[in-house]
Design a protein around this ligand. Structure first.
Ligand code: SOE
Length: 383
């Protein structure tokens, strides 16, 4: 008989993110056997009965629901995990917190700052554990970047540069809205690349380099009208297809961020580079097991960019996986976040980013969109 404590999960949403989270819950007990808690895949919820039944069968959920309110009212569920489109995050999270459930939600926290604020208030009032799945923080190379920066090796930081480039919406024939395409519909998503892609870059940037003080941004919507998948009508496109902003960090460094879904040839090119007084770091999602590092204190004749293959046993999280030299992938970032969430239940520490921390990313997104709309610098309001 297992002596483990159980955390009974109720997952809402059976799309791409539902799969990444379900895979994470399934893998955690195998690769993090020391954890006190084991996830129990208690229930999964989606409006389509056929779809939710097939999903439950495929991933090992014990029961299904087609109404999220019913799922939240069940007293055999401890934690609600929200993997639905952004327009449902606030309502579900607030109801779940009021019902005393722990709440995990996919990024971005919400469509806008006002929803995000209400979500933070709800989890804090209810005193329930919460986290937002900004998964890239938990890739070993990105966590190593954090360790290097925190150790002071970079010294004073001058520049932070990040990109998130994709090319999947270039065709004008691509509809907006509905299943698989809600990211193109501003009502469902809140914004375009700012909330979907730059939010990742901003979360990582705040984590690595501290808060962002003010921003100046521009956005563009290249295709102005698309057929809406649900109404069948040609409708105005209200999302930002591309966004570029620059900013001041609180520590005095300058930031430059770019994101687009119109960079032909790039599928998910998330990169960042940080330049400090003594050293620099750069990382590329397409080569996610590597961290590049330049250290000016190296002997001058040997000085150059090192390419660190972040796969050794003393690299973050890597003692859990294979043997040195063997890489891991995208899905592991979710497995690590799930493991960290379970660990936080043991320690009583928050699991970062909490709703409150993700609110800071939301503040930057809101300031970016406002800056682009008003063609002016905007304070983020971050403390
Ligand atoms: C969009 O294409 C997307 O799937 C984002 O929604 C994810 O958050 C990002 O990690 C990859 O791209």
């Amino acid at each position: 008989m297992s002596k483990k404590k159980e955390l009974r999960i109720g997952l809402i949403g059976c799309g791409f993110m539902g799969r990444t989270h379900s895979n994470a819950y399934n893998r955690v007990p195998n690769f993090f056997p020391e954890l006190e808690y084991n996830p129990v895949l208690q229930a999964v919820c989606s409006r389509s009965e056929n779809k939710v039944r097939a999903f439950a069968e495929q991933w090992g959920y014990e029961s299904v629901e087609t109404d999220w309110k019913k799922m939240i009212s069940r007293d055999d569920i401890d934690a609600i995990d929200i993997c639905t489109p952004n327009d449902t995050h606030a309502e579900i999270a607030i109801a779940a917190a009021e019902a005393g459930k722990m709440v995990l939600t996919e990024k971005p926290l919400a469509r806008n700052l006002s929803e995000a604020q209400q979500m933070v208030e709800a989890v804090e009032k209810a005193g329930v554990k919460n986290t937002v799945w900004y998964n890239y923080r938990r890739l070993p190379a990105v966590t190593l970047a954090k360790q290097i920066i925190d150790s002071g090796k970079l010294g004073k930081i001058f520049h932070y540069r990040a990109n998130f480039l994709q090319d999947w919406t270039i065709s004008a024939e691509l509809p907006q809205g509905g299943e698989g395409l809600w990211r193109l519909d501003a009502d469902a998503a809140g914004s375009g690349v700012t909330g979907d892609l730059l939010a990742h870059c901003i979360d990582t940037a705040i984590w690595l380099n501290g808060n962002i003080k003010d921003v100046s941004a521009m956005t563009e919507t290249f295709i102005k009208e698309r057929v809406h998948q649900i109404t069948g009508k040609m409708q105005k496109v209200s999302i930002d297809d591309a966004c570029i902003f620059h900013c001041h960090f609180k520590n005095g460094s300058l930031g430059l961020f770019e994101s687009t879904r119109y960079a032909r040839g790039h599928k998910a090119l998330y990169t960042f580079e940080i330049n400090g007084e003594h050293a620099s770091i750069r990382w590329d999602l397409h080569d996610l097991n590597r961290l590049e590092y330049f250290d000016h204190s190296d002997e001058s004749k040997l000085r150059g960019w090192r390419s660190i293959h972040v796969t050794d046993g003393d690299h973050p999280y890597m003692d859990k996986w294979w043997v040195p030299g063997l890489g891991i992938g995208y899905e592991h970032s979710f497995i690590h976040q799930a493991a960290d969430f379970f660990k936080s239940l043991e320690t009583g520490e928050p699991c970062s980013p909490t709703f409150k921390e993700a609110f800071e990313t939301q503040q930057v997104c809101e300031a970016v969109l406002e800056s682009a709309a008003t063609k002016s610098w905007q304070d983020t309001g971050a403390v």
